[in-house]
Design a protein around this ligand. Structure first.
Ligand code: PAF
Length: 282
């Protein structure tokens, strides 16, 4: 695995691969890798000859009261995992490489509307940070393929929209959410849960799955289903930010007869914010 910190070296390597006829998949991450990331890398491998994983803890996607400084940086452990899943290159730029004019003067990329609700309304500026850094990584690595997890469903749709709207020659591939045996979606944040909280955490997925079953059994009173889910989650001990049934294609309000839906949720369990979603094809 090549370990690369600067953009010149990254470009050179990509150029070599291109000349050899190889295409490239990028898996952007913030490190602290877990099984979910390794799955993204395996999916990338199915779609391209070369796989580049980037690790960059992006300061512009953290709010002022969020955990940028405290975000777990576990680079040596990450490298061991990457070697095991066969990664061609690990790109680890520093903040100056990604933001040569500083973060405050950085050209920023915004995808309106799709970024405004759900996580966007609870984490103002977060998605602008994501689309800004993803655009920069795309331009530095110039991949044919990029892989994002379905766990961050809103982020996935936003990146797809960015690529389509700017006609970027990149195929965005989504990779299924990886779960623990008890259903909890795998996330770096799970490590913050206390033993007690960890026991409760899978109930988030259970509540979403019961909603899904009701919808599959023809329930169409979505507002009521959402309210009941919030009530159930609160009863279990979660503090929900939102539980929402939307169109899976653009997160719009579903019209009667809509066939592709997603149920999105974000909750706090103690100090830890968890998100999850399930999709429904009727
Ligand atoms: O999903 C993430 O880990 C981050 O939002 C991403 C896409 C790597 C951008 O920093």
């Amino acid at each position: 695995m090549r370990e690369i910190e600067n953009k010149e070296e990254m470009r050179e390597l990509i150029g070599e691969w291109r000349r050899a006829g190889d295409d490239v998949a990028l898996v952007p991450t913030m490190g602290n890798l877990h099984v979910g990331h390794l799955h993204l890398i395996n999916v990338a491998r199915e779609h391209a000859d070369r796989v580049v994983v980037s690790i960059f803890v992006n300061p512009t996607q953290f709010g002022e009261d969020e955990d940028y400084e405290k975000y777990p940086r576990t680079i040596e452990k990450d490298k061991l995992q990457l070697k095991r899943v066969k990664t061609d290159a690990l790109f680890m730029p520093d903040v100056e490489t990604i933001y040569p004019f500083g973060t405050d003067s950085a050209t920023s990329v915004t995808v309106p509307v799709l970024t405004e609700e759900f996580c966007g309304s609870f984490r103002p500026g977060h998605f602008d940070g994501v689309t800004t850094v993803v655009s920069r990584l795309f331009s530095l690595v110039q991949p044919e393929v990029a892989v994002f997890g379905e766990k961050d469903f809103q982020q996935l749709l936003i990146v797809k929209r960015l690529v389509e709207d700017l006609s970027l020659p990149i195929k965005v591939i989504s990779a299924e959410t990886q779960r623990e045996k008890d259903g909890l979606a795998i996330s770096s944040r799970n490590q913050y849960l206390s033993e007690e909280e960890r026991k409760k955490a899978p109930e988030l997925y259970s509540v979403l799955q019961s909603m899904r079953s009701e919808i599959l059994n023809d329930a169409d009173h979505f507002g009521e289903l959402e309210k009941n889910a919030v009530f159930d989650l609160e009863r279990i001990g979660f503090a929900p930010e939102y539980v929402s049934i939307r169109k899976a294609d653009d997160l719009g309000e579903p019209e009667p007869g809509e066939r592709r839906l997603v149920i999105l949720a974000a909750v706090y369990l103690g100090e830890t914010r968890l998100i999850d979603n399930v999709t429904i094809n009727l």
